[in-house]
Ligand binder design. Structure first.
Ligand code: BV8
Ligand code: ZN
Length: 272
């Protein structure tokens, strides 16, 4: 069945329009059509590398060169990617709905780029809406370097990423690391606390493109459910969450998210 003609899409759109506190929750699948490899799909990052070995403090301590090689490869790939129709629809939704927020597991920065581009494109039509404060990146940012020594942070630079040497902190000389949360590391407390509070207050959680396997992030939709809210899932596959969702929309994010989140007919035809 054509996912756009499924009755469930209309039902899901009504839930989105009626929601007072909608929370959007995304994973790597929302960026798949931008060309960013997911983690667990067949051609995903796990297929060729073992993030359980590389995206960990032990892995970094054991072989910082290999870990940096992996992150620099991912950065080169993401720099060639652009936000897709799903990212743009999420951005427009956040501008149009001051009661909405986004919790993302993604570190690729494509949601943030879509917000910036839609803000500029909006050319003032969004008023003084500043949705950036309603975006909660749980796992950090791929395009950021952090110093474990003095805590300094700076944006990743293609120049520094192309050096044959590993990056060291200009302030204290310590070996820098990518500013992401590795397996076995705690998530940033203020961001996680704020995201969980939003999940408990949300009356609707729209889950897009996640296998819902990584905790504590995967607990976000469950907190909305436990608080009496509803969950809509957009995914090309079923997941461990599917049976608990009120509506499961089967199909790609860039096809389903624009009509699902459109804030008006014109917007839906924008196609994201
Ligand atoms: C912590 C940054 C404690 C790094 C990432 C056993 C049980 C439960 C938990 C654990 C356990 N053993 C260990 C743990 C904890 C562990 C965990 O959950 N492990 C899992 C694997 C079992 N969690 C942690 O370690 C966390 N920390 O618990 O700390 C603690 C507390 C205090 C003090 C000390 C310690 C930290 C987890 C964060 C790890 N970092 N990323 C980097 O990127 O390099 S997680 C990584 O996975 C990414 O962020 C990614 O977003 C995330 C989740 O994956 P998904 O986004 O869901 O991606 P995936 O490929 O899996 O799925 C894609 C989906 O999209 C699929 O469903 C697919 O069908 C769909 N899709 C594909 N294409 C499309 C699509 N959908 C729509 N449209 C499409 N076109
Ligand atoms: Zn330093």
């Amino acid at each position: 069945m054509d996912p756009l003609s499924a009755p469930t899409l209309d039902e899901a759109r009504s839930l989105v329009q009626a929601a007072r506190k909608p929370l959007l929750f995304t994973g790597a699948g929302v960026s798949a059509e931008s060309g960013v490899p997911t983690f667990r799909d067949r051609d995903g990052l796990w297929a060729r590398f073992d993030p359980a070995q590389l995206a960990t403090p032990d892995g970094f301590h054991r072989d910082p060169t290999q870990v940096w090689e992996w992150y620099r490869l991912r950065r080169r790939a993401v720099r060639r990617c652009v936000p897709n129709a799903a990212h743009r629809a999420v951005a427009r939704f956040l501008f149009a709905r001051p009661d909405a927020c986004l919790v993302t597991q993604n570190v690729d920065g494509l949601h943030q780029r879509a917000l910036q581009e839609e803000g500029e494109k909006g050319d003032g039509k969004w008023g003084d809406a500043d949705p950036a404060a309603r975006v909660f990146p749980l796992h950090g940012e791929l395009m950021g370097d952090r110093c474990p020594g003095c805590g300094s942070r700076e944006p990743a630079s293609p120049e520094r990423d192309s050096l044959p040497t590993l990056p060291s902190c200009p302030g204290c000389g310590e070996l820098l690391r990518p500013d992401v949360v590795w397996f076995g590391e705690p998530l940033p407390e203020t961001i996680l606390d704020a995201a969980m509070e939003k999940a408990e207050r949300a009356d609707l959680c729209v889950v897009v493109g996640t296998s819902a396997l990584v905790h504590p992030a995967a607990g976000i939709p469950l907190m909305t459910l436990r608080a009496g809210g509803k969950v809509i899932e957009v995914n090309t596959e079923v997941t461990v969450l599917t049976t608990q969702c009120h509506i499961h929309l089967r199909g790609p994010a860039s096809l389903l998210v624009p009509p699902l989140l459109s804030c008006g007919d014109a917007d839906a035809h924008l196609g994201g």
